[in-house]
Design a protein around this ligand. Structure first.
Ligand code: ARG
Length: 475
């Protein structure tokens, strides 16, 4: 996380002149130097410079459009802002803590560049609606990038599932081998989770893409502004309908961290499985070496650090959700300085989510399954016992009786130390004459998965259909 302002100066020192501040007019005493650094946000909100400049350009053009500025004045302001944009990108902009935040740094630089006309930019506007606009623009861009990244990850999952439509693995309940499933089916479960995550982000984008500008400090402005003009210029699909609400609520950022928390929770579950699957005890898959690291003392080690780290970073995103909820919960309307604390959690949540998407996409593209190990594990634990019970029911045995018969078959296999289908005909006949030749056939792993051939089931046939449908939906 970007570190907050650190301050070596204890309270008690002052700068020389209150008139140095853009808001210094009513002050007789200069800001305490500790307070100056303590209240500044420029160390982290400079990240919003693009959105701040884009928003200011739209605002200046609108002011000219309604006649508050002349066309010439607006042109000068816009050119000045564009040139500041270039300076910042070129690393030739000096961010000043005494100018507090990104907004006042850019505004002061504008006046320095274009002269007195720069002082007209802030007409009919406040930093309160300005910052709310900047964050929404920022988050909208990030949501679009996240959406594209999720799309890539979805394709990688479909490819992995497609390579493994027929690979049989143990399906677990209570982490005990329960029934065989196909590896492709397991990966498609991840795909479903991710589809819902993507929809949640899309939903969040709807509510994020609303224009606060025009709310000014809290009550609106006396100038004849045209908010639709600004909304059109900035691509907002709606205009905030209440000025108090527009400047104060950060629920869209909370919604983002909530959707992020859910996705990270999914990632954490997947990563937990990847960690298990790469262990010597499971040995289900190989992760590419370039996504693993070694040990400084144990030469043989290949550790799944990337999935472990994603699992760990999940807590960090939950933390940001909690921070933002707590930040908001006691604020009376309208804007309060508390809201300056919204940025670091939001920025870090965005960075974390995007990095985890990049890591998972890169890693899962190269996961190799070990079908022999998976099949061997799938066969352990009498995992096709339910198939046998279902078979007997199809042949007219009542389910409770069939459950009992199969229970005795399992007990016999335990006694013999063999798999169910390794029991002899005589063993079968000794338990029940319902256990005919067909009974042995349903005990194979392939038969077991193929038989679950309905929408949502694990059969290779179903997995193939699901992949096809998902690809069509993605294109
Ligand atoms: N840096 C402030 C923030 O992030 C900008 C708005 C400040 N507004 C104010 N009235 N002090 O929220």
């Amino acid at each position: 996380m970007t570190s907050s302002n650190s301050n070596s100066q204890p309270p008690g020192n002052q700068n020389d002149n209150p008139a140095d501040k853009l808001w210094g007019g009513r002050f007789t005493e200069a800001t305490d130097t500790f307070v100056e650094v303590f209240t500044a946000s420029v160390s982290f909100d400079q990240r919003l410079y693009r959105q701040d400049i884009t928003g200011s350009i739209a605002h200046a053009n609108m002011l000219a459009h309604v006649g508050v500025l002349t066309g010439e004045e607006a042109d000068l302001i816009v050119a000045g802002l564009q040139s500041i944009h270039k300076d910042i990108e070129a690393g030739q902009f000096e961010w000043r803590v005494d100018l507090e935040d990104v907004h006042m740094n850019i505004e002061a630089a504008l006046t320095e560049k274009v002269g007195a006309v720069g002082k007209k930019l802030h007409t009919g506007r406040s930093r309160n609606d300005q910052v709310a606009t900047d964050i929404r623009l920022y988050l909208r861009d990030e949501l679009d990038a996240i959406d594209a990244q999720i799309g890539e990850l979805q394709r990688v999952l479909l490819d992995l599932a497609e390579r493994n439509t027929d690979t049989v693995m143990p399906g677990f309940t209570h982490l005990q081998a329960a029934q065989p499933v196909t590896f492709g089916h397991h990966i498609l479960a991840w795909f479903e989770m991710l589809s819902r995550d993507r929809a949640r982000f899309a939903d969040c984008r709807e509510r994020t893409n609303v224009l606060p500008l025009g709310a000014a400090a809290l009550a609106g402005t006396t100038f004849p502004i045209d908010r639709q003009h600004v909304a059109d210029a900035l691509g907002f699909s709606a205009i905030a309908a209440n000025s108090l609400d527009a400047v104060s609520d950060r629920d869209f950022a909370i919604e983002f961290t909530a959707a992020s928390s859910l996705m990270m929770m999914h990632f954490s579950r997947w990563c937990e499985e990847l960690v298990l699957w790469t262990s010597q005890q499971f040995g289900f898959i190989n992760l590419p070496d370039r996504f693993c690291t070694g040990s400084s003392i144990m030469p043989q080690k290949k550790n799944p650090d990337v999935p472990e780290l994603i699992r760990g970073k999940t807590g960090r995103v939950y933390g940001h959700l909690t921070s933002l909820l707590t930040l908001m919960k006691s604020q009376p309307l309208a804007y309060n300085k508390d809201n300056q604390e919204d940025k670091e959690p939001l920025f870090d949540a965005v960075d974390t989510v995007r990095n985890c998407l990049t890591a998972l996409t890169g890693m899962l593209a190269f996961v190799e399954t070990r079908p022999d190990v998976l099949a061997d594990a799938a066969g352990r634990g009498y995992s096709t016992a339910t198939d046998l019970a279902d078979y007997l029911v199809r042949n007219g045995v009542a389910f409770r009786d069939s459950h009992d018969i199969v229970g005795r078959v399992v007990a016999k296999a335990v006694e013999r130390g063999c798999a169910l289908d390794e029991l002899s005909d005589a063993d079968f006949a000794g338990i029940s004459n319902a256990l005919d030749a067909g009974a042995r056939e349903v005990l194979s792993l392939q038969a077991s998965v193929a038989a679950r051939n309905h929408f949502g089931g694990t059969a290779p046939e179903q997995v193939r259909q699901r992949i096809r449908a998902a690809r069509t939906a993605l294109d």
